[in-house]
Design a protein around this ligand. Sequence first.
Ligand code: ADP
Ligand code: MG
Length: 730
Amino acid sequence: MSATLRFKVVEQAFAKKPVDVPNRTVRPSEFFAKYVFNRQKMFQYLPAKVYERMVDVMDNGAQLDRETADAVASGMKKWAMELGATHCTHWFQPLTEGTAEKHDAFVVHDGKGGMIEEFTGKELIQQEPDASSFPSGGIRSTFEARGYSAWDPASPVFVMGDTLMIPTVFVSYTGEALDYKAPLKKAINAVDQAATAVAKYFYPDVTKVNSNLGWEQEYFLVDESLYAARPDLVMTGRTLMGHDSAKNQQMDDHYFGAIPQRVAMFMKDLEISALELGIPCKTRHNEVAPNQFELAPIFEEMNLANDHNMLIMSLMKNIARKHGFRCLLHEKPFAGVNGSGKHNNWSLTTNTGVLLHAPGKTPLDNLRFITFVVETLKAVYRHNGLLKASIISASNVHRLGGNEAPPTIISSFLGTQLSDVLSKLEESDDDELLNISGKQAINLHVPQIPDLMLDNTDRNRTSPFAFTGNRFEFRAVGSRANSAAAMIVLNCAVAEALMDFRERVDALVAEGEDKNKAIIKVVREDIKEVKPLIFDGNGYSEEWRLEAQRRGLDVVSSAPLMFDQYLASDTIEMFRRTNVFTKAELEARTEIKLETYTKKVQIEARVFGDLCLNHIVPVATRNQSQLVDNVLKLQSIFPIDEANRLSQTNLQRIRAISGHIQFIMENVERMVDARRVANRIQDEREKAIAYHDNVAPLIECIRKHVDDLELIVDDELWPLPKYREMLFIR
Ligand code: ADP
Ligand code: MG
C-alpha cells in the first residue's frame, strides 16, 4: 500500500452513492417471517395430527418420533422448495465465533439414472459434521471423536437464499456439548424449574417460567475500500494503530443524529431481511462513536432470541458488503472512541403472563417482585467473577473500562427508588409483620413500590448489571460474542439462588412459620448479603477498584486469570446442581477459551509486527532521508551558521523520527522474542498468561510511537487510511 493508493481509496469511498433499496409496497406485518417455518406454516403444510404432535414437541418438550419427523420433513421440503430452496443445512453454534453450516442438496438417485428431490426425517433430525474440525478443548482426546448435530424443534427452521436452515445443537457422541445452544437450553430449563417452584408461592397456577432476552447489537460500518487498505482490520477486526482524529465523538453529535443516506439504505435492507426471517426489529439509531450504530429487536424467548442474534450478525456482515461497507463487530475497532457492546436485557415471565421482574399492583405482587430482584442480585453477587469470565475475550478486554463501557468489575445499579424500597424492607420491624397470612395478604408489610419505577430507565450507562424498570440489563457482553455464554451463567446462577431460597423458605414453613413471613425473612437476609454488589459511582476510578476489593468482588483484570473462575469449586457445584455442565465439559471449555485468547493475541502481534516493519518504518525512514537531504542542501547554498539556523526544525523532526524508528525496531524484536518464548510453553493457561503479560502490552506500547509518527510523517507518504478517513466517510 502506498500513499497514492491510500488517496485513491479515500477518493473512491467519498464518491460512493447510496445503494437504493426500493420501498416496500406491503407493510412489515405482511412479510414478517415470510422465510420461517413457524406454527402458521406448519398448520398449513402438515397433516393435522402431525401438527398437533409438533406443538406438543415444541411446547412440552415431548419426544419427536421418527414417523412424525418424516412427515414434518416432507411438509417442510414442500414449503422450502416453493421458496426456491435446493439445499438444506444443519445450522449450529460451535465454540468458535459465529455459526457453522454444511450444505447438502435435496437430491437422491432415483435408481433409474435420474435424480429426485428428497428430504427425510432422519436428515432433519440428525447429521454428523466432523467434530474434529471444531474446537472441543480436549473432549476429543478424552471422549469419542465424532460429534453430531440434532434439530432443536424449539427454534423454527428458515430459508436463506437457496438453503433450508435447520437450527441444531452440536454434541459429541458421548453427550458432551460442543456448542452454545445445548447448554443454553439446559440453563433455560434449570431456571424454568427453579423459578416456577418459587413463583408458585405467589401464584399457584404457574406451571412454567420463560427466560426473556432482548439484545441491543452495536456495530461499526467502514467503507469497504478503506477497510481493504487496512491489513489490521482485515486480519484482526480492529485497528492496531492509528492516531485519534482531531474530531471524533467529543461534540456528542453522532448519538441519535440523522442517519447518513448510505447507512440508512443499508439499515433498511438489513431490516427487511431480518423481518422476513422473523426477527422483530424495533429500534435503529446512530451510536455514540462516529460510524457506530445499533439495532435492537423486541425481546423474545431466550433460545430464539439468541438464534436471532447469531443470525443478525451474519446478515449484517453480508448486507454491509452489498452496500460497499464492511460491518465491524469487534468490541474495540478504534482506540479512543466508544467500543461496541451487546446489552443483554434479561427477565423472567410466567406462562400465566406475569413479568417476574416488574412490580405489580398488590402487596403480594410486590413481594414477588422483590423476591425475584433480590435473588437475581444474589446470583450475580455470588458468581460475579464467573459472570465476568463469561463475557471476557481477547477483544472485549479492549472495550471494558473506558468510553462508556462497563468496568471489569461486576456490580449492580438499582436506581434510588428500588434501593429505597429494599432498604425499607431490610429495616422494617419484624413485629409489624405479625398476623400476616395468606388471606390477609393485603396487609403484607411490603414497602410501597412507586409507579414511576416502571419507566425507570437508568442513566448510569457504565453499570455492568443495571435494573431498568422491568428487567436487568447486562451490558458487559461483547458485541461479537455469542450471548449464550453470558446467559448460561446468569440463568444457572439465578436457578441456584432460587433453589436455595426455596429450601430456606420451606425449612421455616416446616418449623411452623407463616409462608409470607418466611419469604420476607429470607429476602431480608439476602438484601443484607447482596449489599456489596450495589454500586452507583464512577466505575473507572482507582478508589472503586480498591473499594470493590474490600467488598469481596472479583477485581482480577487479566483475561487468562479470569477464566480460572470456570473451574472454581462453587462454579462446578452450580453447574452440577443445575445439570448444565459436567466438570469435564468445564475443563474443555476453559481450555478453548485460553487457546482462543492466545491465538487472538498471537495473530495481532504478528500482523502488528509486519505492519511496523513493512509499512511504517520504511515510510518513516524515507521521510527522514528527505529531511536529511533538505538539511544537506541548505548547507550547500547557505553559510553554515545560517544553514544551521534554517535547519533547526527539520533537525528536530529528524531526531524525533529517528527516535521512534529506533524504539519501534527494538521493541518489535522484543515482541517477537516474547512470542517465541510463549510459544514454547505447553500448558494452555501458562501460555495465555505469557501472551497477556509479555506480548499484549508491547503492542500497546509500540503503538504509541507509531501513532506519534503518524502525526510527524508527511501525509503524502503515510500508507494506511487514517482514523479521520475511516470514521467520517459514509
Ligand atoms: P435502551 O437503549 O434504553 O437500553 P432499547 O429500547 O434500545 O433501550 O432496548 C431495550 C431492549 O430491551 C429491547 O430489546 C427491548 O425489547 C428489551 N426489553 C424491554 N423490556 C424487556 C423485558 N422485560 N425483558 C427483557 N427485555 C426487555
Ligand atoms: Mg440498553
